[in-house]
Design a protein around this ligand. Structure first.
Ligand code: CO
Length: 293
């Protein structure tokens, strides 16, 4: 049975972190989260002049996962458990904040100096109660290790970040069953993509226009799908979309900024732990000052 579109959401613009603008399909008024997902942000595409690029300086997270997928540009990451890395085009960082970390997500020093184009996504994935206080964990996967597959007619290609598509399986492990697929379509592409029946499913079109279950979505629109075991895609021109699906967690969600727990008491504990320094701090001593070569 093919899934239908029950709702189309046009994303709104929102200012985040150090002042960068994102396109955000959810949460939005009337659609506060997309269980098991909490938030989807599209960063850019935006061209920064030298000295203009901004990011998200030191901030905490507890109780969920942040998934960063870069299409263009370069993000430098540092955190309170001593992890440092660079995420470039096609790379994915799947960070399980669990009981808590403090991290910074900034454009690379080269991008801050020379400027350049930034385009990418940050998805927030909720954790079930049993995993909210797990030890923080990273899965940092370079582009070369993200499985990719193309349809026999060559008109649709998928990058499989989580779950399975076109016979290939992701290398990233998720705490609950999730699919995260980046699809690129050429004109004339038409195919049915299987989605496990017990998943909720969402399609975010971010480039071109795409027919999703017979309904044409423009870039910046999200389709909420109903039940079924597949979705039909058709493209009359070049288009790109994310397909997100997962088994809903169906637990209470209490959010206070970067903390997502099940109860208000747990949120108050998270704030207290953060204020008392229990989530740690980033050691900036090893870094040259910002703005220095
Ligand atoms: Co963050």
């Amino acid at each position: 049975m093919s899934r239908k579109v029950v709702h189309v959401i046009t994303s709104h613009r929102q200012r985040e972190g150090g002042g960068f603008i994102v396109r955000r399909p959810f949460p939005t008024r009337g659609f506060d989260h997309a269980d098991p997902f909490l938030m989807l942000d599209e960063m850019g595409p935006i061209d920064y002049a030298p000295g203009e690029a901004v990011g998200a300086p030191d901030h905490p997270h507890r109780g969920f996962e942040t998934v960063t997928y870069v299409l263009e540009g370069e993000v430098e990451h540092a955190d309170s458990v001593g992890h440092r890395g660079k995420i470039g085009p096609g790379d994915v960082q799947w960070m399980t904040a669990g009981r808590g970390i403090v991290h910074a997500e900034m454009p690379s020093r080269a991008m801050q100096q020379r400027g350049g184009r930034v385009h990418g996504f940050q998805l927030w994935v909720n954790l079930p109660a049993r995993d909210k206080l797990m030890a923080p964990r990273y899965q940092e996967i370079p582009k070369a290790k993200i499985p990719t597959a193309t349809t026999p007619d060559g008109l649709a290609t998928v990058h499989v970040i989580a779950g399975q598509a076109l016979g290939v399986s992701a290398v990233i492990e998720t705490r609950t069953p999730i699919a995260y697929q980046h699809w690129r379509f050429e004109a004339g592409a038409a195919l049915d993509v299987p989605i496990p029946r017990d998943h909720t499913a969402y399609v975010y079109v971010f480039d071109g226009a795409l027919s999703v279950a017979g309904r044409v979505l423009e870039a910046g629109q999200l389709a909420v799908l109903d039940e079924g075991d597949a979705v039909a895609f058709a493209a009359s021109g070049k288009a790109q979309a994310l397909l997100l699906s997962g088994v809903p967690i169906r637990e209470p969600v209490v959010q206070y900024g970067p903390f997502v727990m099940n109860t208000q008491d747990e949120i108050e504990q998270a704030i207290l732990d953060y204020r008392q320094g229990k989530l740690g701090a980033i050691d900036h001593r090893a870094e040259p000052a910002r703005g220095q070569p």
